[in-house]
Design a binder for this molecule. Structure first.
Ligand code: SAH
Length: 343
């Protein structure tokens, strides 16, 4: 059965042709799915019963099951563990910002990238998410929390540029003026640095913000914690980031998880200064979230100290608010737990 929530309007029109149905039915179905967020064909009351039956034979409307919800007692952050139709789990994190609600969503079950400090990668890679499974994280969270989400960050479990076809489809559906109508200016995509895909993304002119997970300013140090750096070293990564900025006019932001004694020395600050010189770049510092299987750690004070060091080397950085630190809001931790304890 075809996953109808992942289909674009032109694809739905084509499907109607194949079913010998008039083309305007596609628009009706698309509106039910993407504007009214219907969860079954039975709700599509302006379609003839015969068509609704035909649809339920040919297509499925996927859904997510809310397996766990953890609300922070320190702030408004809520972390969701969703079970996918095949029993796998992913996480989404809802955060409150000055301008509204933002959802961090997952793009894969597990991850192939192998970053040493990241919980998402510990049990390896299972599969890519479909576009519908990305959209459903938004729909289910809005339904549960009773809020309207105005910003999306692709920073949950998985490497979005390693599931590029489905992520592109998700972005198309999310921003479609005939459907969900979210401006991609309110979307941030975070990558560990798959260079050819960064260039491809730039050429698409989507308007989204690119965040690059840097975490170390030297090839030696970065390769030790992020295997992807051996394939795409810093010189190539920075060149791709420059290309992204020149092509889209959108400044790249950098993520840097401060790990005490690993990447926060004076020499690291100087090297980061050299790497980012002349870019007017912004660096988000986050004290690394401790995960049980690894020894990396940092206090907020360590991150602030590194921020001050960076300032002396001309790098503009801020220490990101650590939202939901009491609910293990760093992505990957909850899914990992569910899989090892059988939630
Ligand atoms: N694969 C993408 C997006 C998912 S990870 C990427 O690498 O950017 C989202 C962000 O969380 C990345 O910047 C990642 O490096 C960071 N991260 C992973 N584990 C972390 C931890 N234990 N503490 C702090 N940040 C972490």
């Amino acid at each position: 059965m075809r996953d109808i929530l992942s289909m674009t309007l032109p694809e739905l029109r084509e499907a109607m042709r194949e079913l010998d149905e008039p083309s305007y039915r596609a628009g009706q179905i698309y509106r039910w799915l993407h504007s009214k967020r219907s969860t079954s064909f039975a709700q599509m009351l302006d379609l003839p019963q015969s068509l609704r039956t035909k649809l339920s034979v040919e297509f499925c409307i996927k859904s997510l099951f809310l397996a766990r919800r953890l609300a922070s007692s320190l702030d408004d952050t809520v972390k969701y563990l969703y079970r996918l139709p095949d029993g796998q789990h992913v996480e989404s994190v809802l955060m409150h910002y000055e301008h509204g609600w933002r959802l961090c969503i997952s793009t894969q079950v597990g991850c192939k990238m192998g970053c040493r400090f990241c919980a998402s990668t510990i049990a390896g890679y299972v599969r890519d998410l479909t576009a519908s499974e990305m959209l459903l994280q938004i729909d289910e969270t809005e339904r549960d929390a009773g809020v309207q989400i105005s910003g999306i960050v692709l920073m949950g479990i998985g490497e979005p540029l390693d599931n590029f076809e489905n992520v592109k489809r998700f972005l198309t559906l999310l921003s479609d003026p005939d459907g969900r109508r979210m401006s991609l200016r309110h979307v941030t995509l975070s990558t560990c640095g798959l260079v050819p895909r960064i260039r491809e993304l730039a050429d698409l002119h989507t308007g989204l913000t690119l965040a690059v997970s840097l975490h170390n300013p030297t090839n030696e140090g970065r390769s030790a914690v992020m295997p992807v750096n051996r394939r795409y070293p810093l010189e190539e990564l920075m060149e791709a980031c420059r290309y992204f900025f020149e092509t889209t006019g959108r400044r790249v932001t950098y993520e840097y998880a401060v790990m005490e004694g690993e990447n926060d020395s004076e020499a690291d600050a100087a090297a980061l200064g050299r790497l980012l010189r002349g870019q007017g770049a912004h660096v988000n510092l986050i004290p690394v979230n401790r995960i049980r299987e690894r020894s990396y750690h940092a206090t907020r004070q360590a991150a602030v100290r590194f921020m001050e060091r960076l300032a002396r080397h001309g790098v503009h950085a801020t220490v990101r608010r650590t939202l939901g630190s009491d609910i293990e809001a760093a992505c990957g931790q909850l899914r990992h737990e569910a899989d090892t304890q059988g939630t």
